[in-house]
Design a protein around this ligand. Sequence first.
Ligand code: ADP
Ligand code: ASP
Ligand code: MG
Length: 419
Amino acid sequence: MALVVQKFGGTSVGSIERIQHVARLALDSQARGDDVVLVVSAMSGETNRLVELAMQIRPIPFSQEYDLLISSGEQIAVGLVTLAINTEAERRGWLKKGEIAAKGLLGYQVGIFTDSIFSKARIQGIDTTRLKSLISSRVIPVIAGFQGVDPESNITTLGRGGSDTSAVAIAAALKADDCEIYTDVDGVYTTDPRLCSDAKKLDRISYEEMMELASLGAKVLQIRSVELAAKYRLPLHVRSSFSSVEGTRVVSQDLLGEQMEQVVVSGVAADGAQVKMTLQNLTEGPGVAAKIFGALSRASIVVDVIIQDIPASGMLTISFTVGRVDHLKAREVLEDLKEQSLPSMRIAEEGDLAKVSVVGVGMQHHPGVASKMFQLLADAGISIKLITTSEIKISCLIASGQMKQAVECLHRGFELHRM
Ligand code: ADP
Ligand code: ASP
Ligand code: MG
């Protein structure tokens, strides 16, 4: 008998029919002898709806009340999924009077403890007492993903896509045998199958490559869920709740075998919501960059593609990119900094940008991947605004209107359609 954590994303609980299907899947797994724990997201579109409501009042997220609001979609989904499981179990004649098949729990009821960084909270610990007691009574815990509780009893959320991280953290805390991520595609592909019809499904992918893809825009898994899975060596199985086909296993690199190591580029990722921020007219001197990026990091803003330049004028210019969700907060932080200690600084922004990236552990030992990428983009008439590289990825910032075309030309150029 195995202990399996099953996470269902927004589309998988997007309608009453889908929720009833989830209930049948969970009960079928239990009937095969497994212990099952469910983690559910809000119904598709619901979190976006809540975000838009908040934005009409105040455009900057990251507050207690914002998290209280946007965590509520998961409560609805937990209620409906639990109701569906109990109703289906009753219909199957599996329950005696007074018995239940499933019990719905919000983050604070489980004891999913986080820090107090609203909208980007990190899980610090999970109390498994209640979960273990339910499991030993063969009751399925149905847990709200995406949310936790801070030391002051405030509801926190884990960042968009955070139910993946809830599921992995719960699986790690329970030492589960398997963590299944049910979504609306049947696995991890060489690129977003909705952007490129040539995309090929991967049977397996390493944690390292998946982390890069996730951090560069492949929202099929939240980056932090992959980091956690890698830390605990927990294998993930990304699969579709719409079909029973085998999905993609996310595993450690040593389990991938030799053949995969020869692949130079294994995926293309795209993120169409990037903003370039340029800080001009800074007085050169030690500590300027530390001051700027220190303030941004204290506000939990992730920056990428940093470029520093001293034009002939002698004044310093620093450019970097942030995700669109973070950019209003970043502007607020920078305006405070200007007022306090950088009075000459001018802040300029450029939106409508996309980051396209090629990822592959094999590129560490193969020169020429960057030049090939630049040539492919040039041949497609796409100009590059900024470039950044790491050992296993190369990213280019381009106009967001050209993102789909860029993904298609890179996918074909690196022959990923043959994988
Ligand atoms: P869920 O609601 O189940 O969490 P998400 O919308 O968060 O689902 O993530 C699934 C989506 O991720 C897919 O519909 C797909 O468009 C997108 N995606 C982006 N890159 C990839 C990739 N490389 N492989 C698979 N899906 C991807
Ligand atoms: N409902 C949350 C979101 O839309 C969490 C998730 O789907 O994982 O971001
Ligand atoms: Mg998701």
